[in-house]
Design a protein around this ligand. Structure first.
Ligand SMILES: [Zn+2]
Length: 228
């Protein structure tokens, strides 16, 4: 007999929970120019009786969210992004994962119905396998501006988009960010989609509540049917 706590997320008869977050650790390679991840032990159990760590890192390190104010002067900050955007139905779309490959409108349009019905999409290129190496930050696949405009346009109009790469595009980075963020659509970057086996699931994106900031590290979960 499963033990049920009554909370939907903990109901083991309904869901399997998959962590869609990359691990964070001291000195993990970061994007060139970004501050490194520093974890200094300020207290230890032998001396102080407790353990405490000083953590320092950029707001766009590891699995994180870009709020509209990342690129747009008057754009929404983190605290203005509704939970209705961050939590809910989502679909997974597999895309090309070769270095410098393009994610095109043709790759997405065949999934139009499920993208439109869920309103959230994560694109899996397999790039997360490179996490922890400097190669993670160079030559990752890029979504085309046409595909990005389609996702934000009236045909599907997603409310949240996610990538398992450090950026939606290395080729037109600012322009592609603008397409999503000017449309008020937050971008989740550096997802780990390697263990996601179901194309239709529920996503939970939980950014740190950094007041008036343009982005933050997130814990991201996928809730799957238990049978998948
Ligand atoms: Zn970012």
């Amino acid at each position: 007999m499963p033990i049920l706590c009554g909370h939907r997320l903990c109901d083991s008869t309904l869901n399997r929970i998959v962590d869609l977050t990359l691990p964070l650790y001291a000195d993990v390679p970061v994007r060139p120019g970004d501050p490194g991840v520093v974890m200094d032990e300020l207290a230890d159990i032998a001396t102080e009786g407790y353990r405490l760590t000083h953590l320092s890192m950029g707001t766009h390190t590891g699995t994180h969210i870009d709020a509209p104010s990342h690129i747009i002067e008057s754009g929404n900050t983190l605290n203005n992004i509704s939970f209705d955007v961050l939590v809910g139905p989502c679909c997974l779309v597999n895309v090309a994962g070769e270095p410098e490959s393009s994610i095109t409108l043709d790759d997405l349009i065949i999934h139009k119905d499920v993208i439109r019905s869920t309103g959230r999409v994560v694109l899996k290129s397999g790039w997360a396998k490179r996490w922890g190496t400097p190669e993670y930050y160079s030559n990752s696949p890029s979504i085309t501006i046409e595909a990005a405009r389609w996702l934000t346009g009236k045909d599907v109009h997603v409310k949240l988009v996610g990538f398992d790469m450090p950026t939606p595009s290395v080729k037109q980075e600012i322009d592609i960010h603008k397409v999503f963020l000017e449309g008020g659509i937050p971008i989740v970057e550096c997802l780990n989609l390697e263990n996601l086996t179901q194309s239709h699931f529920e996503i939970v994106v939980a950014p740190l509540p950094l007041r008036n900031r343009e982005g933050a590290p997130c814990r991201v979960f996928g809730l799957l049917n238990r049978s998948s």
